[in-house]
Design a protein around this ligand. Structure first.
Ligand code: FAD
Length: 406
């Protein structure tokens, strides 16, 4: 009997998990709470849904770096894509996969040597047993908003609920946080809002449009009229957009299986950001990392997980799996990172990918070095030219081993 695999979520990570599991001859069921695939890439005018997508988003990574192995995006698309382009790509990628739509996973618990998965759907609940569970529910849906409690007289939203720049015509806006969403939203607003103040602990961008002022401060509190920073400066605004990231959330696990620690930023106990330390051959998390390439990383993680689940690689000793978390916390400290950045890889992602390929006993993609070179080139471009870097186009050589900027 083939092992039965449950995949929670039909975003990019879940689709990769399903596809590779089927290729291994496993029996797969994907559960997706909405009526479509794509997760983050499903744009909705309504707020409060799973996706944080906004109308005019262009990807912050080019298609050459985002694509799954041997599944290129359409050749005539530019390097930086719209959310519609990415959704089309994922819909195509998902063809033929066994996806149960409108089914929310409510509970995952151990039952003898299996996982009992309870799902909720329109007509009731279902219960099934699985050998392997891939958790692919995303981590950009539960806003981390430290300024939720406030007496601000204008409008305060988290970036999760930002949809379009034209809603802010002629407004004075404060954007708190200059991570990928904060800077992107500030740049979009520069076309419509009168004045934007971008407040972040580090002011990183040398050139910004004239109507964006960047302030290197921490927001101490939100007042009725705007924000007060740690140095006592008060900035007035009509609107505040809080871009301070998201919490990890797994409502379907009990604490005895999974905990999310450090202000909901550290998923525990997980080895190499993928493998549950207590159930290393049956419970896996795909896409937990921050500041990385995405779809190729998901595929690497899925391949390592499947090697652990099907005997294709040796699972490290229990002590190594358990000690990983403590060692990783220490390691992040040596990088000058607080524990809340536990899952952040950034410059270490290439070493990480090579390591999980070794652990999973599979060959690295031959053209991963090209992906690394493009990503590093872009990192520099983004720093020096955050306004214009998305106009760059790349052309890969036929074998994918090289690229040029066209
Ligand atoms: P998601 O896409 O979030 O998918 C999770 C799925 O799980 C959803 O369909 C959800 O409905 C489902 N689900 C959740 N809970 C349950 C449950 N209990 N039961 C059943 N189903 C459930 N990455 C890039 O590579 N390039 C970019 O330019 C880029 N831009 C981004 C812009 C924004 C605004 C955001 C928020 C993210 C961006 N990302 C980008 C990262 C992006 O999240 C990843 O590319 C990728 O889409 C994540 O896929 P995922 O499958 O992990 O999660």
């Amino acid at each position: 009997m083939p092992k039965r695999v449950c995949v929670i979520g039909a975003g990019a990570a879940g689709l990769a998990a399903a596809k590779h599991s089927i290729a291994k001859g496993l029996e797969v069921e994907v559960f997706e709470q909405t009526n479509s695939v794509g997760g983050t890439w499903v744009y909705s005018e309504q707020t409060g849904c799973h996706s944080s997508m906004y109308q005019d988003l262009k990807t912050n990574l080019p298609k050459e770096v985002m694509q799954f192995r041997d599944v290129p995006f359409q050749a005539d698309l530019p390097s930086f894509l719209t959310h519609e382009d990415v959704l089309d790509y994922l819909q195509e990628f998902s063809r033929g996969l066994p996806i149960n739509f409108n089914q929310t996973v409510e509970s995952v618990e151990r039952s003898a040597d299996k996982w009992k998965v309870i799902t909720h759907h329109g007509t009731g609940i279902s219960e099934q047993l699985f050998d392997i569970v891939f958790v692919c529910n995303g981590h950009y849906f539960e806003p981390n908003n430290p300024y939720k409690e406030n007496n601000f007289e204008g409008t305060l939203i988290h970036s999760h609920d930002y949809r379009r720049a034209k809603d802010y015509l002629d407004k004075e806006v404060i954007v708190i946080g200059a991570g990928p969403s904060g800077i992107d939203i500030a740049l979009q607003l520069s076309a419509t809002a009168r004045k934007i103040t971008l407040i972040s602990q580090k002011a990183t961008y040398p050139t910004l449009p004239d109507n964006i002022t960047q302030i290197s401060q921490h927001v101490k509190k939100v007042l009725a009229e705007g924000c007060e920073t740690d140095d006592g400066t008060v900035i007035r605004a009509d609107t505040i957009i809080v871009c301070t990231g998201y919490f990890y959330k797994y409502p379907f696990f009990n604490d005895d299986v999974l905990r999310v620690k450090e202000n909901n930023q550290l998923v525990s106990p997980i080895f190499e950001h993928v493998v549950h330390a207590e159930y290393p051959d049956s419970l896996f998390f795909i896409g937990l990392n921050l500041v990385t390439i995405t779809f190729p990383l998901f595929e690497y993680q899925v391949k390592m997980a499947l090697a652990f689940a099907t005997g294709g690689a040796e699972i490290p000793d229990k002590k190594v799996l358990i000690d990983y978390e403590r060692n990783q916390i220490e390691h992040q400290k040596t990088r000058g990172l607080e524990t809340r950045f536990y899952h952040l890889l950034q410059s270490e992602q290439w070493e990480y990918l090579a390591r999980i390929a070794r652990l999973g006993n599979f060959d690295e993609w031959p053209y991963m070095k090209t992906i690394e070179n493009i990503t590093q080139y872009l990192h520099e471009q983004r720093k020096s030219n955050v306004i214009g870097y998305k106009n760059i186009n790349f052309k890969l050589s036929d074998d994918g081993m090289d690229y040029e900027v066209v």
